[in-house]
Write a protein that binds this ligand. Sequence first.
Ligand code: MGP
Length: 362
Amino acid sequence: MGKRKNNITGLSGLARHVFDTTEPTSSPGPASTLTSQHGSATKRVTEPTISSETHEEHLDTQRDSDVLDTRPKKKAKLQTGLLGPGLEKYDATGLVPFYTDASQVPEHLQKYFSQRERFFSLYSSGCLLDEEGWYSVTPEAIADQIAERCRCNVILDAFCGVGGNAIAFAKTCERVIALDVSPVRLALARHNAALYGVEDRIEFILADFFSFARTLKQRARRKIDVVFLSPPWGGPSYLSATSSVSPSKPQTQPQLARSASSSTPALAPDVDNAEETTYADYSLEYIRPVPGAELFKIARGLTRNIAYFLPRNTSVDEISRLVADSPNEKVEIEEEWMGTKLKALTCYFGGLVAGQEALFNG
Ligand code: MGP
């Protein structure tokens, strides 16, 4: 990936977070091992604005509990579930395989299985992932970092998947609304949240973000402080995605220089990684189910405060153009590193940007 400029209009800076990952399957270090060129965002915990009456019965959506209740033969599995006594109603054991050994894992998922404890430090206690979850879940240390930046009252996780981010948000936010269009993934997310003991802070809603956002705007009954967008990037081959918009071809060039922050954890030198394959820019057009700029616009209809989780090779020009209609607004791009590998970018907008906190309630 080429060097990312930070002098493009609308960009305030480039932060870099490095997580020590010398041991592929070891648990990520505690949050205190994170390093940043920027300080953490100010805490913004306000009084809850949601009353129990403002529930989704008015929304054009279906709660996951309705879905779970309709699943047949669930009770038979509850006795032997991974969650154990007391958590049977959240237990999704049997919906997907729980792999305990690499020999059980299909070839195409092997590289993800080897990172299982990076994804969920409690993996071995019984975390469950479906195929899409394996290749798209946010590693726990990164999810925790993003959640710290997004600390607020109510956060909407628009594409919750198997729950990696929602679980992290439950640690820093009063309330998490977690949406997904897949009843299976939603059940897995709730199962995983129960393993982490945070399921009661998350509302799992079977809904697509677009109809949910539309209904929410129409009813204006619920204030969302932050929207987190971690949409499908177009599958595991997103790095070489192509379309008529911007053809891409892998090329080789030196990897990006790493932050020299004094609190950066010591990393084992990785000679093999001195050069890494880089790819042409990823266009927001590749995002599914709607192009990324359109998705952003819908989210901004709910709040200015957006955290957008994007591929590491996303076009910085396109990111900066997202706020072209608000010329004084800055965007902050945070690089999420694990050891010597850049995993993804988190782009912060509105009051989530360091130095722009005044926009948070605006
Ligand atoms: P990756 O590049 O596919 O994995 O995804 P890895 O192991 O770095 O691959 P390698 O081939 O370079 O060794 C890196 C990270 O991006 C994953 O851990 C996920 O957090 C995230 N990610 C990957 N995909 C395909 C998606 C996606 O479609 N949507 C979202 N939201 N995140 C994704």
